[in-house]
Design a protein around this ligand. Structure first.
Ligand code: MG
Ligand code: MG
Length: 246
């Protein structure tokens, strides 16, 4: 576990501010007919304009700035030329490196008017992230976060993904510890001020199982059900959690 100084947390706040500026801009561009490749180009230009570098581009060979995950895609969808359609839901995950420090956040958006069950899935996943953030307190245990997420999500009739987890973040995109969205409470390390975590519930409307496409990236629900994803990078503070970039 690497603890960050106040100066490092400040740089990570700036990296995450770029990420959230991008997500705010993308929110204003999403509509039926737009392609995810168009959204990706907007994101890359904004990041570079602000002095950042896209963190996902070329990460283990990933070919784009954003991960764009439509409907049954859980995470790691690759932007492309297919137009969004009314009623789709779109997960947008963005990472930025700024002055050597990483920011990472994600949101799921409705495309035009979506059906009530898709709206509810998005709302539950957003709330699961809020609950996770509220759980972060010094001296609480790491697994309390995942337990809180899983308990809430399953009570809503949905399932949490096991194959992908949140993570520490700092001078690398993925640092220790892993932050699962499931598990028993009271396990793992004690949270300490200066620990920075990317917390990212991935919630499936149906079963938890995952299948990855032949491209090696696109991760879908095995049963074809919808999936949503929200993520914040969060610094543990003396009195709770500070969401970075907000
Ligand atoms: Mg992310
Ligand atoms: Mg992440």
């Amino acid at each position: 576990m690497v603890l960050k100084t106040a100066g490092e947390v400040s740089l990570m706040d700036q990296a995450n501010r770029i990420v959230h500026d991008v997500l705010d801009a993308i929110a204003g561009e999403i509509r039926p007919g737009v392609t995810t490749l168009e959204l990706d180009r907007i994101a890359e230009a904004m990041i570079r304009e602000r002095g950042g570098v896209p963190a996902f581009l070329n990460y283990n060979g990933f070919p784009a700035t954003l991960c764009t995950s439509i409907n049954d895609v859980i995470v790691h969808g690759i932007p492309g030329g297919t137009a969004l359609r009314e009623g789709d839901i779109l997960g947008v995950d963005c990472g930025v490196v700024y002055k050597g420090y990483y920011g990472d956040a994600a949101r799921t958006f409705p495309v035009g008017k979506v059906d009530p069950e898709a709206e509810r899935l998005i709302a539950v996943t957003r709330r699961a992230l809020e609950i996770a953030v509220e759980t972060v307190q010094p001296n609480r245990r790491l697994s309390d976060i995942g337990h809180a997420v899983q308990s809430y999500v399953e009570a809503q009739g949905y399932s949490v993904v096991r194959e992908f987890v949140g993570h520490g973040i700092g001078t690398s995109l993925h640092e220790d510890p892993q932050v699962p969205n499931f598990g028993q409470p009271g396990r793992g390390l004690r949270l300490k001020p200066g620990l920075v975590l990317a917390i990212e519930p991935m919630v499936n409307a149906g079963a938890a199982e995952v299948a990855v496409d032949a491209d090696g990236w696109t991760a879908r629900t095995r049963d074809g059900s919808l999936s949503a994803h929200f993520e914040f990078s969060v610094a543990v503070t003396e009195d709770g959690a500070r969401v970075l970039g907000r």
